[in-house]
Design a protein around this ligand. Structure first.
Ligand SMILES: Cc1cc2nc3c(=O)[nH]c(=O)nc-3n(C[C@H](O)[C@H](O)[C@H](O)COP(=O)(O)OP(=O)(O)OC[C@H]3O[C@@H](n4cnc5c(N)ncnc54)[C@H](O)[C@@H]3O)c2cc1C
Length: 485
């Protein structure tokens, strides 16, 4: 009998846990450690943030699903890993602090044979003074944040209805943020809602981003074929911003947010301030607060985690210039080299380098998007880790370990540009591979046949369909495992 502990019940961890339960014998144990009682389909938080969905439409309670599937569930934060055990544990174990109201703040220890770290990001609002719901701007990173953002946006819309002009700022709250796609979506949803409310002429909408140019999305932009011609996501996105009258400020690092004003520096070294009535600015991400200790109790966190707090896996982390980055630098099994029974998947693993070209301002400030690890790759990695753990449990050292590098993995992304069954629209993009491979695909680093972009009403329907499909899958309803990640 083996015990697999999955830290994190989000997109990657929940996927891993459900597949593990399906693949393993009943005598093997699968236990999820996660601090929230709810699962959240984060992509639809965008619609909660503009009042088009309620929080309970994008969340559901995890406990009953785990009970039905026979998955152990500890509502707790994992705080430390002991991969070698210690004097009182022969096996490796994880330290927990319970968030379950019935055991709040109690300490726990959970032994494991295999560990999957799927703890996602720490929303690092603290990196920028005044950023976030506890400061002076809104967020849509959690369903709760999105509810607050929706109320603040509605207050601005009400003021416009009374004839007051409003400045609405949407974007990235730090020069090293990732998830530009989410901010892009929210900016266009805000524009759509304001137009629907009949007050578009009173709204100045500004998209404030760390991207060097529009359409970068943290993946260095896309080149694709459209109606027989090659085009770029830059051209495509710029035209959308022009069409919808959204002003973009690119290459920006937000240095601070105060009541009604955001301060930022740009790549040319200029320092500016922008007054706003409503602001939704995403935080930068870092790894969650986890430590690692060896058998003697010495802190080995620096070996296991990168300075960003994300877990180091089978990637090439040697520092090298941009020109020397290779597709092979990216991990393919997501195992920790010294402890192959530990996997880190989804946002939790440390990327070896950026995907977009890194840049600094003339003052030396890093202004460069961090690599996104969106839902589809996160789900794929979760399933991959589950498959490999199941194989290792069944076949021991002779198990065939499968691989899924982001340099050999495609991703589909449907970025909503406004909700509505008749008037909605979305930008649908696919890219292959996510991490460009300039050896296989000289020029753009991606397959022109498998990289694609289109905008229109059909995209909105697809996004809505995916919302229902992925919630169905996450609820482990009949046939859930047939729905791809
Ligand atoms: C606003 C927004 C919109 C987005 N839209 C899209 C989209 O349209 N399409 C797309 O593909 N991607 C989108 N993404 C990205 C997508 O949400 C992420 O790729 C995905 O959630 C990553 O999955 P994950 O499992 O790594 O992290 P998460 O889904 O964040 O899960 C991490 C889990 O770990 C738990 N956890 C945290 N700390 C601990 C701890 N110490 N111990 C145990 N558990 C812990 C968390 O509570 C959470 O349950 C969006 C992201 C945002 C913020």
């Amino acid at each position: 009998m083996a015990r697999v502990v999955v830290m994190g019940g989000g997109i990657a961890g929940h996927t891993a846990a459900l597949h593990l339960r399906r693949m393993l014998k009943r005598s093997d144990e699968v236990v999820v450690v996660t601090p929230n009682s709810n699962w959240n389909w984060i992509p639809s938080n965008i619609w909660v943030g503009v009042g088009k969905m309620k929080a309970d439409q994008v969340t559901f309670t995890l406990g009953p699903i785990y009970k039905r599937k026979g998955i152990g569930y500890e509502q707790a934060l994992a705080t430390a890993i002991h991969p070698e055990g210690d004097a009182s544990h022969a096996k490796p174990f994880v330290d927990l602090t319970y968030t379950d109201p019935a055991r709040a703040d109690e300490h726990g220890e959970l032994e494991y044979d295999y560990l999957i770290n799927a703890t996602g990001p720490k929303l690092n609002f603290g990196a920028t003074p005044g950023l976030g719901p506890d400061g002076h701007s809104n967020s849509v990173c959690t369903a709760g944040h999105a509810v607050e953002a929706s109320a603040a946006l509605q207050a601005s819309i009400d003021k416009m209805k009374n004839g007051e002009r409003q400045v609405l700022v949407v974007g990235m709250g730090h020069g090293t943020c990732t998830c530009e796609g989410a901010a892009f979506e929210y900016a266009f949803n805000v524009e759509h809602e304001v137009r629907q409310a009949g007050v578009r002429d009173l709204a100045d909408i500004v998209y404030l981003t760390n991207e060097y140019e529009l359409g970068d999305f943290g993946v260095g932009g896309l080149t694709f074929t459209q109606q027989g011609f090659q085009t770029t996501s830059k051209l495509w996105t710029e035209s959308l911003f022009r069409e919808r009258g959204i002003r973009a400020v690119t290459g920006a690092h937000v240095t601070g947010v105060e009541e009604g004003v955001v301060h930022y520096e740009q790549l040319d070294g200029s320092i500016s301030s922008l007054f706003f009535d409503f602001a939704m600015l995403l935080p930068p991400f870092r790894g969650v607060d986890l430590k690692a200790f060896d058998a003697e109790g010495s802190d080995i966190s620096a070996e296991i985690f990168a300075p960003s707090g994300f877990m180091k896996v089978d990637a090439d982390y040697s520092a090298k210039p941009f020109e020397e980055w290779r597709a092979e630098d990216w991990p393919s099994t997501y195992q920790v080299p010294r402890f192959p029974n530990i996997f880190a998947v989804g946002i939790a693993f440390a990327p070896p380098h950026q995907i977009s070209q890194p840049r600094k301002s003339t003052n030396g400030t890093v202004i460069a998007p961090s690599p996104p690890r969106t839902g589809m790759p996160s789900g794929i990695m979760g399933k991959l880790a589950a498959t490999n753990v199941a194989e290792m449990i069944k076949h021991g050292a002779s198990a065939e370990v499968r691989t899924a590098s982001m340099a050999d993995m495609g991703a589909a992304c449907v970025a909503s540009a406004g909700s509505g069954l008749r008037k909605g629209s979305a930008a649908s993009m696919t890219m292959y591979p996510v991490v460009p491979d300039l050896v296989k695909y000289p020029g753009t680093g991606r397959s022109l046949d498998d990289t694609f972009g289109e905008i229109g009403l059909a995209g909105h329907w697809i996004k809505l369909l995916l919302h229902y499909l992925f919630i169905y899958k996450a609820k482990a309803r009949p046939g859930w495992h047939l729905i791809p990640e």
